[in-house]
Write a protein that binds this ligand. Structure first.
Ligand SMILES: Cc1ncc(COP(=O)(O)O)c(C=O)c1O
Length: 418
């Protein structure tokens, strides 16, 4: 059993994995938080480091046999520091939410107040949702965007900070298509004596190559996922500027919130950071931005309303309700023709979250797949064609054929292990 290939040993699992490969191949992936890792990242992810327990940090482990675990974690740390220009890095968080939890536990006591972006205006679950640890155990005060231009209202953030005196402020989002002004957040944080955490999960790749202003040395702590624009394995990362904060974060990750690190994932993070340090990656990120912009422009040319009137980053929030379709219906209809995206609340949404008025689209995955501006324009038109003709089966067939044609033109087999 131990020597067999999966295909022979467990055809049930094998078949499901093959079907997932096919799904990724045949559909156009436009979920803004997803990407396709390289073959090399996948190889490191599938390595025997998954067998190793390495509680602790390089040079200070609880188990023996960690010499190679030490080497790989040290390399990942060095590459993360270089990539972001940070003094310190912790590469162990299993996920973005775990990274955020470590920060909360480092700077807050249960019941303490923090300021985060409202989930309905683009914030993340771990920035204070009632159903998440952040909203259950801490007192959240939320900020949002202005109604007229749908951009963050920094004056309101300032007023809320002065009124509620949060111990922690979060600058970060899951669905905000505009640049963040980390310096303004820091100014406000300093005025009220708060720690500023930047959660750059979505824009990490843009920050790494200078295509979005950096949070490093502006925020006290930066957290991120490694699997979105950064194009690494699923996981989290914490970056800090001082030894004191690094020590605090290390202790809150392990033993604070986690046990043994996922060493195979850390190996894959090291590979992804190495890739992101190469010139090709900068070209990729520039194209990610161009493609998102083309998508937003196409939607607007076709008369659709785009939240905030465009995008500065990798994501576009389309207000489908303005054309009489709910986010839930739009996302399901798109899925049916092979375009994968998610329904999303838009600011001041009149629909409940499970229905929503918007659909969030991202350019990172399809850009990795090789689609350029012309193809994104085509995808934008296909999306509009569908949403304008939801009841028309002929139109749907045409959209589906267009999706299939594009997917076949950019095959996915190069992203797989043999
Ligand atoms: C801003 C932000 N922070 C944190 C996370 C959580 O990351 P994970 O799903 O790895 O826990 C996400 C995920 O979408 C996110 O968008």
């Amino acid at each position: 059993m131990l020597k067999q290939y999966l295909k022979q040993s467990d055809p049930d699992v094998y078949d499901i994995l093959v079907r997932e490969d096919r799904r990724q191949d045949e559909n156009l992936e436009m979920i803004a938080s997803e990407n396709f890792v390289s073959r090399s990242v996948l190889e490191a992810y599938s390595s025997t480091l998954t067998n190793k327990y390495a509680e602790g940090y390089p040079g200070k482990r609880y188990y023996n046999g960690c010499e190679h675990a030490d080497s790989i974690e040290s390399l990942a740390i060095e590459r993360a520091k270089k990539l972001f220009g940070a003094e310190y890095a912790n590469v162990q968080p299993h996920s973005g939410a775990q990274a955020n939890m470590a920060v909360f536990l480092g700077f807050l006591q249960p019941g303490d107040t923090f300021l985060g972006m409202d989930l309905n205006h683009g914030g993340h679950l771990s920035h204070g949702s009632r159903v998440n640890f952040s909203g259950r155990y801490f007192n959240v005060v939320s900020y949002g965007v202005r109604q007229d231009d749908q951009r963050i209202d920094y004056d309101a953030v300032h007023s809320l900070a002065k009124e509620h005196k949060p111990k922690l402020m979060i600058a970060g989002f899951s669905a905000y298509p505009r640049e963040l002004d980390f310096a303004r957040f820091r100014e406000i944080a300093d005025e009220v004596g708060a720690i500023l955490m930047a959660d750059i999960a979505h824009i990490a790749g843009l920050v790494a190559v200078g295509e979005h202003p950096t949070s490093i040395n502006v925020a006290h702590i930066t957290t991120t996922t490694t699997h979105k624009t950064l194009r690494g394995p699923r996981g989290g990362l914490i970056l800090s500027n001082t030894e004191e904060h690094n020590k605090l974060m290390n202790s809150r990750v392990f033993p604070g919130t986690q046990g043994g690190p996922l060493m195979h994932v850390i190996a894959a993070k090291a590979v992804a950071f190495g890739e992101a340090l190469q010139a090709d990656y900068r070209t990729y990120i520039k194209q990610v931005k161009v493609n998102a912009n083309v998508l937003a422009e196409t939607f607007m040319e076709r008369g659709f309303s785009v939240v905030s009137g465009g995008t500065d980053n990798h994501l576009v929030l389309l207000d489908v309700m303005s054309r009489g379709v709910t986010g839930a219906v739009a996302a399901d209809e798109l899925h049916a023709v092979g375009i994968t995206a998610n329904k999303n609340a838009i600011p001041f949404d009149t629909q409940p979250p499970a229905v929503a008025s918007g659909v969030r689209f991202g350019s990172p995955a399809l850009t990795t797949r090789g689609l350029g501006a012309d193809e994104f324009r085509r995808v934008g038109h296909l999306i509009c064609d569908l949403l304008e003709n939801i009841e028309d089966s002929k139109a749907r067939e045409q959209v589906q054929a267009g999706v299939r044609e594009l997917a076949q033109k950019f095959p996915m087999d190069r992203f797989r292990l043999d």
